[in-house]
Design a protein around this ligand. Structure first.
Ligand code: 5GP
Ligand code: MN
Length: 341
């Protein structure tokens, strides 16, 4: 977005508006943090906002401020479809293609609301009226902070907004660990603490709610871990049977793929998880250094994401999806081995 675009958006938001804020399906900490942070900012400033999530999301995010106002979309529920039909403005938070909001897509396609995307994924689609995209920024939540800077509204960040933005940055940077974390990220985090985000409470809320089911599933994941030593790669599989037997709940496998990536010498890691409802496999990919799992996912797994974190899904048996991964790492052997060179 140019300076003029930010001025136009500021002007647009100078009068009360009906605003729908949409995170991606299966929203994560960054999608919900940025959406609920924007919600509170708009609410405080006389608008009528609502966060409309395409699907439910894990319990470890339900403590977020104003979580009780979030609507989960259902195409058969007129109250929900009307939110889109009657919106003046729609914000798209933390995704770059309408494929990632599933059943909401046709309603968005028909809507003549002003559409604004705030996102940090690679190669954004061009459907919005305003696209604020920056793939160098660690989290959409950090982008929300910059968005407010660009419209001179940082001083309107209250403790709840600060909490939401801090949460999104925390979860998308693996607790300020990944290469995307910059000195600016830390400066913003410090400012958010000054504005009322209680960092140790947020860390506890996100990371200290492990259930026995998640711990058991972690054991299975570690047991199923395979290292492809010659290709500096590793992968984990989780079958439907294993998930069911251990009372899997949404979010239980969050972060497992990082355990594979943390092994010495591993530059690319994947986890393959059979979906419990649909007949497909969900894939999460992670890398270190230059090797792009965004490209690997686009080429093989109908997905995308960032250079070092991407996802996708394939409608094939899990063993075939694993074979596709092994083929892909063999094909990219040189690039993977030299990823950190
Ligand atoms: P995760 O592995 O945590 O589900 O996702 C890693 C990154 O890839 C996230 O930034 C997420 O937005 C993106 N991603 C995950 N699944 C998909 C997908 O199916 N399609 C696309 N385009 N991106 C995805
Ligand atoms: Mn994100």
């Amino acid at each position: 977005m140019t300076k003029d675009d930010f001025s136009e958006v500021k002007e647009l938001l100078s009068q009360p508006k009906k605003v729908v804020i949409i995170p991606h399906k299966n929203p994560d900490g960054d999608a919900m943090g940025s959406s609920l942070g924007l919600y509170k900012y708009l609410k405080n400033n006389g608008h009528s906002p609502v966060v409309l999530a395409p699907t439910p999301y894990p319990k470890f995010l339900h403590w977020l401020p104003n979580n009780d106002t979030v609507e989960i979309f259902n195409e058969e529920d007129e109250a929900k479809t009307n939110l889109i039909n009657q919106a003046d403005v729609i914000f798209f938070m933390d995704f770059n293609t309408l494929e990632r909001i599933e059943e909401i897509k046709p309603f968005v396609d028909k809507s003549d609301a002003i559409k604004i995307m705030i996102d940090h994924h690679q190669q954004p689609d061009s459907f919005p009226d305003y696209t604020y995209s920056d793939t160098t920024i660690c989290a959409t939540s950090e982008m929300l902070y910059h968005f407010l800077e660009n419209i001179n509204e940082v001083d309107k960040i209250d403790a709840e907004i600060a909490t939401c933005i801090y949460t999104g940055i925390l979860t998308d940077t693996g607790s300020f660990r990944y290469a995307s974390t910059t000195s600016t990220t830390h400066r913003i985090a410090a400012d958010l603490i000054d504005r009322g985000a209680v960092n140790h409470e947020i860390h506890n809320n996100i990371f200290d709610g492990n259930t026995m089911a998640r711990m058991k599933l972690m054991g299975i994941a570690l047991n199923n871990l395979v290292v492809l030593k010659n290709y500096n790669s590793a992968y984990i599989t989780m079958t439907r049977k294993e998930l069911r037997k251990n009372k899997f709940q949404k979010g239980d496998t969050e972060g497992f793929v990082n355990m594979a990536l943390s092994i010495e010498g591993v530059n690319v890691a994947a986890i393959f998880i059979e979906d419990l409802e649909g007949d497909f496999v969900k894939i999460s990919l992670r890398s270190t250094g230059k090797f792009s799992v965004n490209q690997m996912s686009r080429d093989n797994f109908n997905g995308g994401g960032h250079i070092n974190a991407a996802g996708g899904r394939v409608d094939l048996p899990i063993t075939e999806v694993v074979d596709m991964f092994i083929k892909a790492v063999k094909l990219n052997k040189k690039e993977i081995i030299n990823s950190n060179g």
